[in-house]
Design a protein around this ligand. Structure first.
Ligand SMILES: CC(C)(COP(=O)(O)OP(=O)(O)OC[C@H]1O[C@@H](n2cnc3c(N)ncnc32)[C@H](O)[C@@H]1OP(=O)(O)O)[C@@H](O)C(=O)NCCC(=O)NCCS
Length: 316
């Protein structure tokens, strides 16, 4: 579908032969586009451009998990920042409205928007304007900021704290065991996505959704997952070290409400890190909300570096 408005052409790209055109706007994910297209995580019909002649004025693209058929994230949205007037934001809005009408399933909540930003984006004028212009365009289509998140990385050679000996670790028995623990840890969570889920569904439903959206898609064996217990066997928390389509990751980790405030998260995170590091991985990636201070502090204590942030926006 192509829409022509006042010399502006809004359309999806024709295929991989137009990746050069699509990549004219710089962004961290450009280098993954060819592989993602080949693997079916992107589709030409989910990669939209707004053109004036052959000039790229805006672009948007959705991504899905391997094997899925519906877009899961809107993870690329750019507008031409060289333009001096506010017209470039209007063009971004028109592109989003046209593309979303075609790409997002009718009646369903549109896929979440995620943008990678630098940790200091609020302090650097040009970066601030770039991010705020995109957020302004998204807000005009009904999106709202849900949360700002920290992207974290552990690098080989970083020492991992030795086990304190307070906890024992064992594999997860079955799906029901991890699902019931995931349900319990939602009580008092500081995580914005979990809290948002809890406004729409029960804790059990939120745990099942989280499991199906994330844990069920890992490409790594489940026997990497660990339940942390007290010496008498009582569960304290868990961690799901894994590999996604791009990196070794810490996945999900938590401490049960009754055991919070004892620093157990350091032991659990260190154990998950040890499981991955013993496989000579080039890096370990993780993420947590800027506002999830106990979790962010634990990542820092265990040696993770905050190298980027993300802005996450959702539609109601
Ligand atoms: C985040 C979490 C793992 C922290 O575990 P923990 O072992 O309690 O962490 P710590 O013992 O280091 O806690 C440090 C401080 O934060 C407080 N704290 C921990 N979790 C808290 C919570 N959910 N809400 C409010 N305060 C919390 C602790 O009481 C402690 O306070 P103190 O310094 O005054 O004693 C745990 O809260 C949790 O499981 N949350 C839900 C799941 C989650 O967010 N996982 C991370 C996803 S990326």
């Amino acid at each position: 579908m192509t829409v022509e408005q006042n010399d502006l052409t809004i359309r999806p790209i024709s295929g991989r032969e137009e990746l050069d055109l699509f990549s004219r706007q710089p962004y961290a994910l450009n280098e993954e586009l060819a592989d993602d297209l080949a693997a079916g995580r992107r589709r030409p019909q989910w990669m939209w451009v707004a053109l004036h002649g052959d000039r790229l004025l805006a672009r948007a693209a959705w991504w899905c998990r391997t094997g899925d058929d519906t877009p899961f994230l809107l993870d690329i949205f750019d507008i031409d920042d060289s333009s001096a007037d506010r017209g470039h934001v209007d063009i971004g809005v028109r592109l989003l409205q046209t593309a979303m009408a075609q790409v997002a399933p009718v009646g369903a909540r549109p896929p979440e928007y995620i943008r990678i930003v630098t940790p200091d984006w609020r302090e650097v004028g040009a970066a601030k304007r770039l991010v705020e212009d995109r957020m302004a365009a998204l807000e005009r289509t009904g999106a709202r900021l849900l949360v700002e998140r920290l992207r974290l990385e552990w690098r080989p050679g970083t020492p991992i704290p030795e086990p304190s000996g307070r906890l024992a670790f064992r594999p997860v028995r079955d799906t029901e065991e991890i699902l019931s623990l995931m349900t319990l840890v939602l009580d008092g969570t500081l995580d914005a996505h979990s809290r948002d889920d809890l406004t729409r569904m029960s804790a059990r439903e939120a745990a099942v959704r989280h499991y199906e959206d994330e844990l069920a898609h890992y490409r790594s064996p489940r026997d990497w997952w660990r339940i942390a217990t007290l010496p008498d066997g009582e569960p304290v928390g868990f961690v799901t070290p894994a590999r996604n389509d791009y990196n070794p990751i810490i996945g999900y980790l938590a401490v049960l409400p009754a055991h919070r405030g004892n620093g157990y998260i350091d032991d659990i995170l260190a154990e998950g890190t040890r499981i991955l590091s013993s496989q000579d991985v080039p890096r370990i990636r993780a993420a947590t909300d800027l506002g999830n201070t106990p979790m962010a502090n634990a990542f820092q204590r265990v040696g993770y570096v905050n190298f980027e942030r993300t802005i996450n926006m959702t539609w109601n």
